[in-house]
Ligand binder design. Structure first.
Ligand code: ZN
Length: 428
């Protein structure tokens, strides 16, 4: 009986540090009787300095008051754009709601001092803050541009290139300045407010990447499945193929899967969510149209099909295949051709640097070739390329593909190329 008691004491000691977290946890939980219900997501909140309570606001402008007076909402209006934030007057007698188009809605004793509604905006409004000094307010755009209404303009970062969009702002206690915070954790202190630190956000946080290891280990044994014709975007092609192998019998499907798995781990370490088109090397398929759909459905910021080539034994090197514009009755990839070209050139740079592999001397030019006859690219609605990492029929390249060390370098090159593209695409 003594031993369990000691165990309990030890556990309590170990668990003591996170006590603050445990105290806040019960405020988040399942619905309880009498709790207000919102069908729309909550997008912002403000404090009532008179009562110490607060309001929450939903995307449709519904306002939920907790130990604070309800002064009205836009929940019964049809809004052109969703509500993205709110701010309260210094005395707590009212509040404003702001929509992504810059429209401002004033309630209670909050005065309307103007808005950006109906005016052209390069970037959506993402938040607002009240000026405790004047009683006016500021609006902030995703690019860090600030719009002042009966409040002093203390500066903005609208003319800087930001790694990620601004997502919110808050005012200093006297209204002589304000902070803005970016999705990358960037914290911008303007006017008389101080910089007290900020969060480091992983480069790919919140972003999804699709990796498509070509072929599959069971394809050779399932011709009835993989030979089935599919619509590749205005023409028919086989569901999938078997792929190539080295003279030693090391298969392309195994190479592709190993490199994809390694690249996925590298991308996840940068914060990405990685979607793989297959999660084992023993299955059949999926068909190339399904592989494209997996990246599309994931709304991937970038998708890469990973292959190795079976070219002439005398040639070596890697090639990145980019999509040409193809419009068919089931697809239109024109919107992703430009971004895919950028992804392709980023991949060529990173893959060459990380592996030392030269661009192919027998296929494409400078490591690139554009094609219109690959369903996996024609059917993509997200930026996508296909890389032939090496030529498995060339003795030099074959030895590299059989080396785990080189496969890790190949994965690093793919991860770095994708990261360079995605980070640049998020800049604002
Ligand atoms: Zn292949």
């Amino acid at each position: 009986m003594v031993a369990p008691l000691l165990l309990v004491v030890a556990l309590v000691t170990v668990l003591a540090p996170p006590q603050a977290l445990a105290q806040t946890a019960p405020t988040v939980g399942p619905a309880v009787a009498g709790q207000p219900t919102s069908a729309e997501p909550i997008v912002g909140m403000a404090v009532d300095r008179a009562t110490g309570g607060y309001w929450e606001v939903s995307a449709d402008g519904g306002v939920f008051a907790f130990d604070a007076p309800f002064d009205g909402s836009t929940g019964n209006l049809v809004l052109d754009r969703p509500i993205v934030g709110m701010a309260a007057t210094p005395d707590g007698g009212g509040y404003w709601l702001v929509a992504s188009d810059g429209g401002v809605f004033a309630f209670g004793d909050a005065a309307f001092y103007g808005s950006m509604g109906g005016k052209p905006l390069d970037h959506p409004i993402v938040g607002m803050a009240e000026d405790p000094g004047t009683g006016g307010y500021w609006l902030v755009g995703a690019d860090g541009g600030v719009f002042s209404f009966d409040a002093p303009f203390e500066g903005s970062v609208g003319d800087l290139v930001l790694n990620r969009e601004v997502v919110g702002m808050a005012a200093g206690a006297d209204g002589g300045g304000y902070w803005m915070v970016g999705a990358d954790g960037g914290l911008y202190a303007l006017g008389d407010v101080g910089f007290e630190g900020s969060v480091h956000v992983l480069a790919l946080a919140g972003l999804t990447v699709a990796l498509d290891p070509g072929h599959d280990g069971g394809n050779a044994g399932a011709p009835g499945v993989i030979d089935q014709p599919i619509d590749g975007g205005g023409f028919t092609e086989p569901c999938d193929t078997v792929g190539t192998s080295t003279a030693d019998g090391y298969s392309e499907h195994a190479f592709n899967f190993d490199v994809a798995t390694r690249a996925a781990a590298l991308l996840e370490a940068e914060g990405a969510t990685v979607v793989l088109t297959r999660t084992s090397d023993t299955g059949v398929g999926p068909c190339v149209d399904v592989r494209a759909a997996i990246g599309n459905d994931a709304h991937a910021a970038a998708a890469v099909s990973i292959h190795a080539d079976g070219g002439p034994p005398s040639g070596r090197g890697f090639t990145v295949i980019t999509p040409e514009p193809v419009v068919s009755s089931i697809s239109d990839n024109t919107a992703i051709v430009g971004p895919s070209d950028q992804l392709g050139s980023d991949l060529v740079s990173a893959f060459g640097a990380d592996t030392g592999e030269p661009p192919s001397d027998y296929y494409g030019q400078n490591g690139l070739i554009a094609r219109n006859d690959l369903g996996g690219l024609n059917l993509s609605t997200v930026p996508k390329v296909l890389i032939e990492c090496a030529n498995m029929k060339n003795p030099t390249d074959a030895a590299l593909t059989e080396s785990p060390t080189w496969r890790q370098q190949a994965a690093q090159g793919i991860s770095d190329g994708i990261t360079a593209f995605v980070v640049a695409a998020e800049r604002i």
